[in-house]
Design a protein around this ligand. Structure first.
Ligand code: ADP
Ligand code: MG
Length: 506
């Protein structure tokens, strides 16, 4: 039975009880309440048109995704050919050996990339014993240190490290006569010059410490550790994507790339050194080099951009940059939904005659809230109603309005997830892992990390499903996306191990 028929049936029962005159009124009201039909159906028509246009413009049929992937591959080639050759920076990470599982000993990691930093200690036991022990601590950075001086910040970090080192147990000490080694994950833009040095290009994410810009962050940290009397040195400087790749490879030798889908998005992968024309250094023993693509900045005429994306870009802190990231990552998905809903409120009176004031506030609708609404399985979308009322102070929503909101969340999330899958497909293509080889089947794994992939189930399922669509069943059966075990922290410690100053002496 259709909805209208059901409502009529309800009204008939009511008619029998209360008389025909009442029925007409009640029937109208019920239709109004249940389906959101207001005095003006024209406004609903406009709303429907806006959603339909959004759906069309955000469309990501497979042929389009293939174009996106091909454009990605072309940009990868250009970025590898020369610095500045592409919007894809294709940064050489100086990581030329990834963990094998044989690593042994005690290593530390420091993960600095936001208002908190994480310190990690791992005791590695080689192939047989694996990770014997891991301990970590999270420290929040007092706001005044985020805008103070370089020495103050690094002294604070080194002091926290020294305190943590002081908790080493009897069973977890460095080999006698050896310095402790640290993997340093630093998630700010850095111009790297070796595995143990990199100058800070600029701060982001609320940090602004002028005297650190242009300095080598490794030597800043090493000096601070010396100042506080801590016998430790940085063995590897990496970003979170490289750390995730290293952590992924440790657990699974098939891992060839890592992708971050969190607040932002990025990817790193293992490239053959001969495929990197801009590399003029010595040939690494492995014949390989990890490349940090910085794919968030990818741009192509094949990307399905809309006027809403233009609005978001105009209002952003970095207009014209990070185009791909703005379509995909957790920082932006909720904001795109807000911009669409605002347009609908303005043009179709979706939420009544007054535009809800809260809907005008940028970034008020966060991606986790979008995700919660998108996953609402209740028949009357209660959760969506609650979110709209609590976050945006839009109360008394009808089911019809709530359905529109869910629909918009679905369109925006689907586009982002399918584009992310196209990027992964592009990397696999670049590596020649997108087709079945005659010889034995090659297996590929991609390590994934980030809150968006981890918690937004429909988004994750869509990434996986779309990658399968692009690869075809046979290759897809030999390709896996693995959620990284504990992010980049352990990866940085493992890279300290695989780039240890003591390796040659063993
Ligand atoms: P970061 O990317 O900042 O290093 P995370 O990897 O933990 O941090 O990712 C956090 C981001 O993931 C948040 O900014 C948010 O966009 C997204 N996120 C977190 N939880 C959810 C959720 N439940 N649903 C959708 N997105 C989420
Ligand atoms: Mg992260």
């Amino acid at each position: 039975m259709g909805k209208k028929a059901a409502i009529v049936a309800c009204a008939t029962v009511a008619a029998a009880a209360a008389g025909a005159a009442v029925v007409v009124v009640r029937r109208r009201r019920r239709r109004g309440v249940e389906e959101g039909w207001s005095e003006s159906d024209g406004k609903w028509e406009r709303a429907a048109v806006i959603v339909k246009e959004l759906e069309e413009k955000c469309g990501t049929p497979v042929w389009k995704l293939r174009q996106v992937a091909d454009a990605m591959v072309a940009e990868m080639h250009a970025g590898l050919a020369s610095d500045g050759g592409s919007k894809l920076k294709m940064i050489i990470s100086y990581v030329d050996s990834l963990p094998t599982g044989d690593e042994k000993g005690l290593y530390y990691a420091l993960d600095l990339g936001g208002t908190n930093f994480r310190i990690l200690r791992v005791h590695l036991g080689g192939k047989e014993r694996g990770i014997i022990k891991r301990e970590f601590e999270e420290v929040s950075i007092p706001p005044h240190l985020m805008t103070g001086s370089s020495n103050e910040l690094f002294d604070f970090i080194a002091t926290a490290l020294a305190k943590f080192v002081a908790t080493e147990g009897e069973d977890s000490r460095p080999f006698p006569g050896r310095q402790r080694e640290l993997g340093f994950t630093f998630s700010f833009p850095v111009r790297q010059t070796s595995i143990t040095s990199g100058t800070l290009i600029k701060w982001t994410k609320g940090f602004s410490i002028e005297d650190a810009v242009g300095e080598d962050v490794v030597s800043e940290l090493n000096k601070a550790m010396e100042r506080v009397g801590l016998d430790m040195r940085v063995a590897a400087l990496v970003n979170d994507t490289i750390g995730t790749l290293a952590g992924g490879r440790y657990y699974n030798p098939d891992v060839v790339a890592a992708v971050i889908l969190g607040t932002g998005t990025n990817a790193a992968y293992v490239e053959r050194i001969h495929a990197i024309p801009k590399w003029h250094g010595p040939l690494p023993k492995s014949g390989e080099m990890v490349i940090n693509t910085e794919w968030g900045n990818f741009q192509s005429s094949h990307l399905p951009l809309t006027e809403y994306d233009q609005t978001l870009d105009d209002e952003s802190l970095n207009p014209g940059e990070q185009t791909y990231e703005k379509l995909i990552s957790g920082m932006y998905l909720g904001e795109i939904v807000r911009i669409v809903l605002l347009r609908m409120a303005e043009e179709s009176a979706l939420f009544g005659d007054i535009i809800p004031p809260k809907l005008k506030i940028p970034f008020i609708l966060r991606t986790p809230d979008m995700s919660t609404m998108h996953h609402d399985t209740s028949s009357d979308l209660t959760v969506v109603g609650e979110k709209l009322s609590y976050l945006l102070e839009i109360s008394d929503t009808t089911l019809r309005m709530r359905k529109v909101v869910v629909n918009v969340c679905g369109i925006v999330a689907t586009r982002g997830a399918r584009l992310a899958a196209a990027g992964i497909f592009g990397i696999l293509k670049k590596l020649g892992r997108d087709t079945v080889m005659d010889r034995e089947k090659q297996r590929s794994a991609i390590a994934l990390d980030g809150g968006l992939f981890e918690h937004y189930t429909k988004f994750r399922d869509c990434v996986e499903g779309t990658l399968r669509e692009l690869l075809g069943p046979e290759v897809a059966d030999n390709t896996v996306l693995v959620l990284s075990e504990d992010g980049s922290g352990i990866g940085a410690a493992l890279l300290a191990a695989s780039h240890s100053q003591y390796l040659q002496t063993e």
